[in-house]
Design a protein. Structure first.
Length: 196
């Protein structure tokens, strides 16, 4: 690899890692010299691909900020990372829902859980789980909580299909077995996934 190829490759990785989507777009649209090797091109393309995924900004029923969720491809599955704020302390059911719509105050427009295989609900259900089922989200006394989980059977293409999808936080704990939603109660926060 010559010096020019190395510099462009290093820049692509640096931009993808530190600058987010805008930086990745700049790396993707960068002028590439004719003498750049195939391996260098593949590595640069991989750096850009690492930034692909989806993001959802959560809001409460009254429009308050409630955090963010990110979805990224991971070994043929879909990793969801959630950070919430301003929510009641305790355990909350959280799921990916099948429609990319969050009409307050009930968020019913998000539809049912994302369930492309028509499974039953719950991580403990022998006939489950929905593609959008996740463990409970633990929120501290300060209103903050985090959760990382890899969806079983989920992929980015399905998440961002024609009608989209949403992430929903519920008022109560999910019992992980009762169909269709684990008795997790009202929907208290919602965010629509967008490519980014």
């Amino acid at each position: 690899m010559n010096r020019t190829s190395f510099v462009i490759l290093a820049a692509a990785f640096g931009l993808a890692g530190c600058g987010g989507r805008d930086a990745a777009n700049r790396a993707e649209n960068a002028v590439v010299p004719d003498n750049m090797t195939a391996n260098a091109m593949s590595a640069a393309n991989a750096a850009v691909a690492m930034t692909s995924g989806a993001v959802a900004t959560l809001q409460t029923a009254n429009g308050g900020a409630a955090g963010i969720a990110r979805a990224e491809p991971a070994d043929g599955a879909l990793k969801i990372s959630i950070k919430v704020e301003g929510l009641p302390a305790g355990e909350h059911g959280v799921h990916v829902h099948m429609v990319g719509s969050c009409d307050a105050p009930t968020f019913a427009s998000a539809g049912s859980h994302w369930n492309p295989t028509n499974a039953k609900h719950g991580l403990e259900n022998p006939q489950g789980q929905h593609a959008g089922d996740m463990p409970n989200l633990s929120v501290g006394a300060d209103g903050h909580g985090t959760l990382d989980y890899t969806l079983k059977g989920g992929n980015l293409e399905g998440l961002l299909d024609a009608d989209g999808s949403a992430i929903v936080v519920h008022a109560k704990v999910d019992d992980q077995k009762t169909d269709p939603s684990g008795n997790s109660g009202d929907r208290i926060a919602c965010g629509v996934f967008r490519k980014g």
